[in-house]
Write a protein of this length. Structure first.
Length: 182
């Protein structure tokens, strides 16, 4: 995985070959293929990066007080995913390849299930602090999570640029919190 990570960062995913990974790692091509090949290695590299970001993120911000503006609550939620946005921004070509592998149904990413549950819980915590009832907060947190994924996919597809990703996510979240402001 270390060899693959170094080669992906240096040459990109598409330009890196299984043979290069095997040579760099000092193993046979068969050993690399037994690990699932190049796509599985890319997923593993990203899982490691995402896990590192997840483990070292600051604790979720204290929820704003009940009655705070939807914009302030939306900012708090965007802050929770900011480190992941930064990770993808720093490695956008690889992030696009990673997303493509996942969308094609390639090697699955177990971290997404765990991270999804964590983010939904964190979002719900912030929303309850906003004064939203727990059941509604849970449903809204799920909608926000899927909106977050949609914003990431729009960004990866070129519909958004790096500088507007946070603004777009914050705007979407605020509209979910204050529908009359849409």
């Amino acid at each position: 995985m270390t060899a693959a990570e170094a080669l992906f960062l240096k040459h990109g995913f598409k330009a890196t070959t299984v043979r290069q990974v095997a040579t760099q790692a000092g193993v046979s091509i068969g050993t690399v293929m037994a690990e699932g090949g190049k796509e599985a290695l890319l997923v593993s590299v990203f899982e490691e990066w995402i896990s590192g970001v997840h483990d070292h993120r600051p604790l979720p911000p204290e929820p704003p007080g009940s009655g705070e503006s939807g914009a302030r609550t939306a900012d708090a939620i965007t802050t929770l995913v900011g480190p992941f946005i930064d990770l993808f921004a720093a490695n956008m070509p690889l992030a696009r390849d990673y997303g493509a592998v996942l969308l094609r149904g390639g090697p699955g990413s177990g971290i997404f299930q765990a991270l999804a549950a964590t983010l939904k819980t964190e979002f719900s915590h912030v929303l309850e602090g906003h004064g939203m009832p727990p059941g509604t907060a849970t449903q809204t947190a799920t909608a926000i999570y899927f909106a977050y994924l949609g914003v990431l996919l729009s960004w990866a597809g070129g519909a958004l640029d790096q500088h507007t990703v946070r603004e777009e996510l914050t705007s979407v979240v605020a509209s979910l919190l204050d529908p009359e402001d849409r």
